[in-house]
Design a protein around this ligand. Sequence first.
Ligand code: MN
Length: 250
Amino acid sequence: MNKPVIGVTLFRRAKDKSDSKYGTINCNYVKAIVEAGGIPLLIPIVNQPQDIKYYLELIDGLLLSGGQDISPEFYNEKPIEELGEVDPDRDSWELNLFKEAYKKKLPVLGICRGMQLINVALGGSLYQDIYSQHDNSLLHTSINGESCAYHKVLIEAGSQLEEILCCLDSLYVNSYHHQALKTPGQKLKIVARSDEGIIEAIEAENSDQHFLVGVQWHPEDLAGVDDKSLSNNCFQQLFKALISSAKSGS
Ligand code: MN
């Protein structure tokens, strides 16, 4: 059987003080897709929405990667002081890319910013900064940058995510975000929360017909970790679920 091709979006940043910007990706995304049996294909940021159809013809599934904050203009808010770095061109390109992929019912996995992007594309909104806008927020920004299991998430019983994550009702995840979902977008189910109620994962309401999963943590950084206490196989299962949906076309 052919291996499914998974489009992966890029993080764009300046490498130094020059004007040149570089499209980059954490190689762990690529590795996780390869190990799950897929062919990763990196999709650059191209401000040509009319060309999205060509990219979508090349791929069987889409992985929306992490990165900067999403500009609040896309969910009709003014920026607050605590907003981080934004790249509105990237936002606009990826919002269009996702919307077209969604119309085609392409399997989609959104990671961190990628989950937030799915939510905004479907009409939801974000906390621009959980520490100043969400009551009693615990820390979700791992200070040492290590991919350790940082906080607990509670998984919704009966969800597709629960099935993917080895039927666990809770697990410890890494965490590098200061934004989070505020109001959920249309036709999305909230399927995981942190102890204090921050939304940590979403999936499609009709998850039996469309693979659309978003997680606020970074499974790509834990998928290869050889530590059973991290439930490492379960993180890799997220990529396997994407690949298997991309194979079957849903
Ligand atoms: Mn978190």
